[in-house]
Ligand binder design. Structure first.
Ligand SMILES: Cc1ncc(COP(=O)(O)O)c(C=O)c1O
Length: 389
């Protein structure tokens, strides 16, 4: 096609650096999935609580679909606000311990809309060096100046805030880091942010449903809702569906309704997605121990790898990375695992810093404890073949 000659060369460069990504089709979701005629244990799904196929979640999604149809048919500001959206926002605000919440199409859209609504030209966004791409993209979109503080380092954040005044300053971190599985020192970060009278956004995409009382997340566990202006989460991961949200003050919600462009200029989330999220909230309310059970299983799995001398970074969650280093080696280990019946993708730059390619294992309640034991043994054997332990 005219004008596209540059693509072949650009793709070849990616290939040469072992950085080309390709789509692979899978037969479905769940702890065991089929690919290339084989059954694989799935360690690459974010459906941590195994709710994507939970009968209650499916039933709630189907009921919403039947009642309201396939789409919300307009932006929330036009005719897209249905009783379901209001109900989900009330339930999420209550779960998170905030006066209000606002639902977006996805977690990515939440970060894009929220950050660009509260920071703009002349403002400052300070993000943890390992913050998710959606947070960094949002900072760029906002046109504010972006500074990165050292990973999980409140002292460095303090120093940056001392040296960089601005009209408005927004600090951004994850509570559970998506590729490292480690936890942010939220109380220390919150006290630095409060000292400098800045705003704080905590992305709880990987904590919601798992950590904290009733799955409320780490902001709630540390009782920091009075210090975290924007408690962001998704319904796409532990809640098994698709969507994003932020819990905040009433005034902030009203500001976002007026200024968050991904909220204003996009069709409201589909009724089925909202129904699924409501169904998932019912399940975690009725079984508040699910997150704790998941974390215990993950801890056993992680210890198994560590006892064999493997480097799982500072993981303290259901996300367990196995640090490999080189891109080519991470790809080769991922392939070896696949041959051993384990699906765990290689994570390479730019998703993680150069030289820190890894295999990321997502532990899910879809994995029976015996499956996890067996998988850990196979992973250790494959890693040894690659010279990692
Ligand atoms: C930390 C973090 N924030 C936000 C997102 C985006 O969420 P969603 O998948 O709902 O767009 C993700 C998912 O990749 C994530 O890991």
């Amino acid at each position: 096609m005219q004008g596209e000659n540059w693509i072949t060369g650009a793709l070849e460069e990616l290939r040469a650096a072992h950085l080309e990504r390709r789509l692979t089709g899978y037969s479905g979701t769940g702890g065991r999935i089929q690919a290339d005629g084989r059954t694989l244990l799935n360690f690459s799904s974010n459906d941590y609580l195994d709710l994507a196929r939970h009968p209650r979640v499916i039933e709630a999604a189907a009921k919403a679909l039947q009642e309201y149809g396939a789409g919300a048919t307009a932006s929330r500001l036009v005719t897209g606000t249905l009783p379901l959206h209001d109900e989900l926002e009330r339930r999420l605000a209550a779960l998170k311990g905030y006066p209000a919440a606002l639902v977006f199409g996805s977690g990515y859209l939440t970060n894009a809309g929220v950050i660009s609504a509260v920071a703009g030209t002349g403002d400052l966004v300070l993000a943890d060096r390992l913050a998710h791409a959606s947070l960094l993209d949002a900072a760029v979109l906002s046109r504010a100046r972006l500074l990165r503080f050292r990973h999980n380092n409140p002292a460095h954040l303090d120093d940056l805030l001392s040296r960089h005044p601005a009209r408005q300053r927004l600090v951004v971190t994850e509570s559970v880091f998506s590729m490292d599985g480690d936890l942010a020192p939220l109380p220390d970060i919150a006290s630095v942010v409060a000292k400098h009278d800045a705003m704080l956004l905590v992305d709880e995409a990987h904590a919601t449903g798992i950590f904290g009382p009733g799955g409320a997340g780490l902001v709630s566990e540390h009782q920091l809702s009075g210090f975290v202006n924007l408690s962001m989460g998704t319904t796409s991961k532990a809640l098994g569906g698709y969507g994003g949200f932020v819990a905040c003050s009433e005034a902030m919600r009203q500001w976002l309704i007026n200024r968050a462009r991904s909220f204003i200029y996009s069709t409201a989330p589909a009724p089925s997605a909202i129904g699924a999220a409501l169904g998932a909230l019912d399940v975690i309310a009725e079984q508040p121990g699910l997150g704790g059970e998941l974390l215990q299983r993950a801890a056993r799995f992680r210890k198994h790898l560590q006892d064999a001398g493997l480097d799982t970074l500072n993981s303290a969650s259901q996300i367990v990375p196995l640090r490999v280093g080189e891109n080519a080696k991470a790809l080769s280990l991922s392939q070896r695992l696949r041959e051993a019946g384990i699906l765990a993708v290689a994570i390479r730059p730019p998703t993680v810093p150069a030289g820190t390619a890894r295999i990321r294992f997502s532990i899910s309640l879809a994995h029976a404890p015996a499956d996890l034991e067996e998988a850990a043994d196979r992973i250790i054997a494959a890693a040894r073949t690659e010279g990692l332990a």
